[in-house]
Design a protein around this ligand. Structure first.
Ligand SMILES: Nc1ncnc2c1ncn2[C@@H]1O[C@H](COP(=O)(O)OP(=O)(O)OP(=O)(O)O)[C@@H](O)[C@H]1O
Length: 273
């Protein structure tokens, strides 16, 4: 007779993020396609629509969210609840924000191995006092590494958005992210594909679209993964300027950008409702 205690699936872990209705993993196959920018602007857009929205920066090795919201010098405070310390997320533009970058110094490079990083992140998710939320967006690290797999596996209610740019190389990387989510050990439904930097419209030719990174990549990946092309965001200088300075794009005079994010938001709302 073995001394080992049998761990059965009946010994269930408490559900992660039970007070959140919809968890959306904003993922990409590689860095630099605008995943964090999409996650941040989508969170602001949902909050503007009146949804209680949070944003978790899960990119522990390169957290961008503190820059995107210009909160890198702010530090979240902790509060005791039932003898347990809970971290109060920083709130800006109506979004509750948490990032490892808010808990560490900017110059501290994260040199954790994958399992350590995943464990710490899970702890941060559990210890953050999110309250009741309609949406929690998670800005995932790029690629299909340890943290991405752990987030997708452990947050059972999560659904994914895959961000790509139109180039074939980006499509190939997005495809890998799609395969990770459909893997039988992961099984995270893909809500849709966001094609970022889809076209460029010069200010003096407002009716023209230049497909400088190619055309059709977003639709191609959507067809391959049997998911909708849920949004197309143009390449616009103001997106770069506002994200790098932590400003709210909806407070700038850029109707074409507002329209693109509004359409993306509406399509997501249709899918989740
Ligand atoms: N549609 C856009 N138009 C103009 N600039 C954009 C657009 N989307 C993103 N950018 C800019 O591209 C750069 C990369 O974006 P971002 O940091 O969001 O990418 P990422 O995929 O999250 O990268 P990483 O995973 O490496 O952090 C940023 O400077 C951002 O402002």
């Amino acid at each position: 007779m073995s001394d080992y205690k049998m761990v059965t699936p009946l010994e269930k872990q408490p559900e992660l993020l039970s007070s959140v209705k919809n968890v959306i993993l904003v993922a990409s196959g590689k860095g630099g396609v605008g995943k964090s920018t999409m996650a941040a602007n989508l969170a602001i857009s949902l909050a503007r629509e009146g949804y209680r929205t949070g944003l978790l920066d899960a990119d522990v090795y390169g957290p961008s969210v503190p820059i995107l919201f210009d909160i890198k010098n702010q530090r979240p405070v902790a509060e005791k609840e039932n003898e347990k310390a809970r971290i109060i997320p920083i709130e800006k533009y109506g979004v509750k924000i948490m990032s490892i970058g808010l808990l560490t110094k900017e110059e501290d490079a994260m040199i954790w191995r994958g399992p350590m990083a995943s464990k710490t992140l899970k702890q941060v998710i559990e210890d953050t006092k999110w309250g009741e939320l309609d949406f929690l967006l998670i800005d995932m690290p790029p690629g299909t590494g340890d943290i991405a797999i752990t987030m997708a596996q452990d947050i059972k209610k999560a659904k994914a958005l895959i961000v790509i740019t139109p180039q074939q190389l980006a499509v190939a990387d997005g495809r890998k992210a799609g395969y990770m989510f459909s893997n039988p050990h992961v099984q995270t439904p893909v809500l849709g594909i966001i094609e970022n930097m889809a076209w460029f419209t010069p200010a003096n030719h407002p009716d023209e679209r230049y497909f400088i990174f190619g055309k059709g990549g977003g639709q191609q990946l959507a067809d391959e993964l049997n998911a909708p092309l849920i949004g197309q965001i143009p390449l616009v200088m103001e997106i770069e300027e506002t994200s790098d300075s932590g400003k709210n794009i909806f407070l700038t005079d850029t109707p074409s950008v507002h329209k693109a994010f509004q359409e993306l938001t509406n399509n997501i709302l249709k899918k989740v409702n």
